[in-house]
Design a protein around this ligand. Sequence first.
Ligand code: TRP
Length: 349
Amino acid sequence: MSERSTSKIICTRESITAKDVILTGDRPTGPLHLGHYVGSLKARADLQHVCKQYILIADMQALTDNADNPGKVRENVLEVMMDYLSVGISPELSTIYLQSAIPETAELTMYFLNLVNVGRLSRNPTVKNEIKQRGFGDEVPAGFWTYPVNQAADVCQFKATVVPVGEDQVPILELSNDIAATFNRLYKTSVLRPCKALTPTTGLLPGTDGNSKMSKSLGNAIYLSDPPNVVAKKVKSMFTDPQHLRVEDPGHIEGNMVFTYLDVFDPDQAEVARLKEHSQRGGLADGTVKARLIDVLETFLAPIRDRRAQYGKDPAEVKRLLKIGTERAHAVVQETMREVRDALGIVKL
Ligand code: TRP
């Protein structure tokens, strides 16, 4: 199987039309944070007006490295669903579904596992990295090691044409396209379609500590569900400028997380430019800039938090919305799977 160059597989927001089908989703292992919002949730709320969009809560994939803690996965399914709903992802415009409730995905994963060789899987840079990060060594669960094949099944069963993912997940989509092409060639069919990766154009939102990635495990995240006092506390402890010891010293903008966040979230960029200029001149206290960021984040998060509180009062309704989306998604997958089984020549009883 050929290893494709990444340039061919990446598409742009401008190229997406009403004919496209988007599939995207998250592992439910924790509540979603501002990094998720900047990196993907915002785009989903926008793209749902452009074309069909499926969003999966990937609980089966989450179990591939949480087999010893299924409770964590279970507890986060509705949390993630509430995060989606509270940032304006509409359960009517988007089809939000639960991965484990579509057993055909596991079936397709089995067929796909025969179309990829062990050498190719072990070279996958995404998984190699994740194995290192998790310290699995030789003890990597086979399910985790093969999760890209499961993800290929997620993508192919909807005939998705666009898959928004982080840069690090692009090799998984190359694998998915190779599996689809192999399937079509071997079984003389055209049921499966190649997809393109839509990667974020804005850089990753760094963590509050200045680490390049906001993540739960690094403890540097501001969550969409954080109450105001927690947000304020996190902003006050943000990484700013170690060389800015006295207020009158000139400040450095580059690497100061408070300015980085203001760049992203402050609607009044002229004021941000003035503050930067003042900081560089000297005489601007960190506390003043932090107070502004606390205000800005409050304005941004308050409506999200309010919507979340509404849904939080009615978990049965949240579950019902997920069930409706899952039924809609299931019907589409059942149709694809009929074509897949026909192409494969699976015996019908
Ligand atoms: N791998 C994604 C994550 O870690 C979740 C995911 C599972 C996904 N299946 C997918 C994303 C299919 C896009 C398409 O968050």
